[in-house]
Write a protein of this length. Structure first.
Length: 241
């Protein structure tokens, strides 16, 4: 539509978007955040997609269903994708999917693709800030994170605000950064694929390999938030840039 004047008096316009900033930009009167599904609603939706009914066929599947649903954190897209993916599979396949989620790995290609699509409109700075938060700063105080990020990223506070508007990052009542577990898994999958050029290191083994054996390209970037040194580490090589 061109403007509000196109609509008659008393009309109610409902706009849905994943970007709260767009609503602010166009002067929307009331903004409501859609809540995630609770445990009972999540289980019913998952069961509908995996079993074709709202209840599970047995205790074994019921227990695994509850464990898998817990990882969805009330996200309908995840519940639908997991349910359709596991439909017709046996207990062993279900346990395999659960182990993948426990390792922050998404076992459903369609779900990973859909979650990556939600990141496709991010600017370069937004994406880098998102990846940094997902890999290093979950449950950390926002002020401490800003202090760290501002050393290498301009306007980190703006980037975090934009990510919050897009529901990719949340800030809880204790001022700590939070992120949906499946978005964290998506971020780590992106890093794993992009790190083939060795410009980023997010795993403890990867960091140790660079520091102890000097096996990393000159452009390799390591952001260390907590480093535990043991007698097994040998000689570590640091060079300030």
């Amino acid at each position: 539509c061109g403007s509000r004047e196109w609509f008659g008096e008393g009309s109610k316009i409902i706009i849905t978007t994943t970007d709260r900033h767009l609503l602010k930009k166009h002067g929307v009167d009331h903004i409501y955040r859609v809540k995630e599904l609770d445990e009972s609603e999540s289980l019913q939706l998952f069961n509908c997609h995996v079993f074709g009914r709202t209840t599970s066929p047995g205790e074994d599947f019921g227990k695994l269903s509850r464990q898998l649903v817990a990882y969805s954190r009330g996200l309908p897209l995840a519940l639908k994708s997991l349910g359709e993916f596991l439909r017709g599979m046996g207990i062993l396949e279900w346990k395999g999917a659960l182990r993948s989620l426990e390792r922050f790995s998404i076992p459903v290609p369609q779900l990973l693709k859909a979650l990556e699509k939600s990141l496709s409109d991010l600017s370069y700075k937004e994406k880098q800030t998102f990846l940094d938060i997902a890999c290093f700063f979950i449950r950390m105080d926002q002020n401490d994170v800003l202090q760290t990020l501002n050393r290498s990223t301009q306007c980190a506070d703006l980037q975090i605000s934009l990510l919050e508007d897009k529901s990719l990052v949340t800030i809880d009542e204790n001022n700590k950064l939070q992120m949906h577990v499946l978005l964290q898994a998506t971020a780590k999958d992106i890093i794993k694929r992009e790190s083939s050029n060795k410009t980023n290191q997010v795993s403890a083994k990867g960091v140790r390999r660079v520091l102890e054996f000097q096996r990393g390209r000159q452009s390799c970037k390591v952001r260390v938030t907590s480093l535990f040194l043991s007698s097994k580490c040998g000689n570590l090589c640091f060079q300030r840039r």
